[in-house]
Write a protein that binds this ligand. Sequence first.
Ligand code: ADP
Length: 163
Amino acid sequence: MKAAIYPGSFDPVTFGHLDIIKRSAKIFDELTVSVLDNKAKTPLFSVEERVKILEEVTKELPNVKVESFSGLLIDYAKEKGIRVSVRGLRAVTDFEYELQIAQTNRQLSGGDLDTVFLTTSLEYAYLSSSSVKEIASFHGDISQCVPEFVARLIYEKYGFEEV
Ligand code: ADP
């Protein structure tokens, strides 16, 4: 069985992430979307909230499950017996950062963890969780960036009751 992990912050999940999830779920028999519990960052949504949101947006995808992890991806992957990590690439700026992470993971895991890159669908190339948060913080329109119920939750975090 071909299994992969799609790790990330997903704070919050966007249509760009969802597109990568749907496409990966067609390539791999089982995809585990894993929320990284990064203590160094102050997220908008807690890990538990992000897991719940991801579970909701992937509920129609039977071979996708959602988890969280902390620590090194290679340790988590080893524990699960998974040898492939999926990452999305939007632009050259992503590439440099992602290349470094991929090579580090491969090196640290002794070749046990490889990274598969999916390039973004062009309509989502501009999308990032941080830009969604910035737009939402000014009560801007994020309807093209995230599912409706996620937009509502984001606005709530910024104290806007009405969408
Ligand atoms: P991280 O904080 O680990 O970079 P993110 O949640 O921002 O996590 O993103 C997780 C992965 O999804 C990364 O590989 C990132 O490049 C990819 N990604 C984010 N937004 C998009 C998008 N709009 N299209 C394709 N891939 C994306």
